[in-house]
Design a protein around this ligand. Sequence first.
Ligand code: ATP
Length: 512
Amino acid sequence: MSEDVFKKIVSHCKEYGFVFQSSEIYDGLSAVYDYGQMGVELKNNIKKYWWDSMVLLHENVVGIDSAIFMHPTIWKASGHVDAFNDPLIDNKDSKKRYRADVLIEEYMAKIDEKINKEVEKAAKRFGESFDEAMFRQTNPRILENAKKRDEVHARFVKAQNDNDLEELRQIIIDCEIVDPISGTRNWTEVRQFNLMFSTEMGSTADGAMKVYLRPETAQGIFVNFLNVQKTGRMKIPFGIAQIGKAFRNEIVARQFIFRMREFEQMEMQFFVRPGEEMEWFAKWKETRMKWHKALGFGDHKYRFHDHDKLAHYANAATDVEFEMPFGFKEVEGIHSRKDFDLSSHETYSGKKMQYFDPELNKSYVPYVIETSIGVDRMFLSVVSASYYEDELDGGESRAVLKLPPALAPIKLAVLPLIKKDGLPEKAREIIDNLKFDFKCQYDEKDSIGKRYRRQDAIGTPYCVTVDHQSLEDNTVTIRYRDTMEQERVAIDKLADIIADKVSMKNLLKTIG
Ligand code: ATP
């Protein structure tokens, strides 16, 4: 997929009511988006899939819904006030701002791409007899590029670990990285920029308090750890799940809903005995990957990316990456955070954050495995993987969203062939019977072909057409979105046919 396809996906999202630019009539607000009538349904279905997979399928995972505003000391304890920074750099000619780390990562990705192209070319040339490993080890151009990449990589990791901003800039200079807009290398210094939004709570007369809009939902879970453990009589290991808004003043907000300033997260903190965290880390990696793959987009679209740079408190971290139209990108993070957060809250609040383990007969601060996924990035991955432009017979084409039926905003459309002779009434009758189980849409405008196209574009898995025969024998034509095949079925069979494919329960059963 290319950037071109990505542009089409973005305009498709707007045209069919999935995603709108925020404040559009005022020329928009950068990196803030609104979900439209279709988008909100798809988003809610994604959230339900995640929520149910956590709290229904795991007896020992419960949910909460904590407030966006929290006591400001929480963000001191979590490290966000001091260290939730991105290194930024400006180009003096274009006046554009970039993340220094991202510029370097993109540079390394380009070298990797060059190497892979070289390998692909050789594979074609040599055919069956091609020995890829040998080629990678011996081809001089590849060796030279790999060496260059490894050198930059080593410097980059060290600069990040040492928090050495000058060295980050030097890497950009040494690699001759140019601004994609101005094409020049006229860079400023690299500076740290804190990503948290702040505001004031209370009237200024009483001395207002500076509060932050939470940059992640996780801290709401940590500070409620004991509340939930005690009131829910939870025994370790157990997890707390939460879905909610998060806010980050991202320096470079590009790529549509991939990087937003207001977004939504689905996070789960799983509390375990110290020493058992690696087992649980492996288990949650597997569980989460299964959740992604069950959507059926193809296993090759996912990969793990283990972190080079571990936060000082983490002893393992990986990203689940998905192949977006603009390459493999992080959709979810899975981290082993040891007792960092709970211990830090103990220190800052002066309250014990410990669990008494009856089996071990001792108290300890539990270790934590975190799974953290962005709803909006998940939404983007689902829409990107579902978008197809199919060539049809007769030179026509259709834009179709082959969404997993359980996630589709509308499950079935009911279409009277014509607007009279009692067909609309019959169609309404079908909807009245099915509307309690499935989100249905009624459409009588335009030709049946046009109506099918409209439903294809929003990903409706079933179209049901009511014609004159329906009045006589209570049958309808059901048309399947992906194959476009049609068959005649009895109206009283519709509920079963549709439920079989669209039910969240059946999707959950594949992972539960
Ligand atoms: P990135 O490196 O892309 O900035 P991150 O590593 O800072 O992401 P985390 O802090 O691990 O992200 O957040 C967990 C998840 O929240 C991410 O995997 C992503 O899906 C989502 N997320 C983070 N920042 C944004 C954002 N600005 N817009 C949309 N989703 C986001």
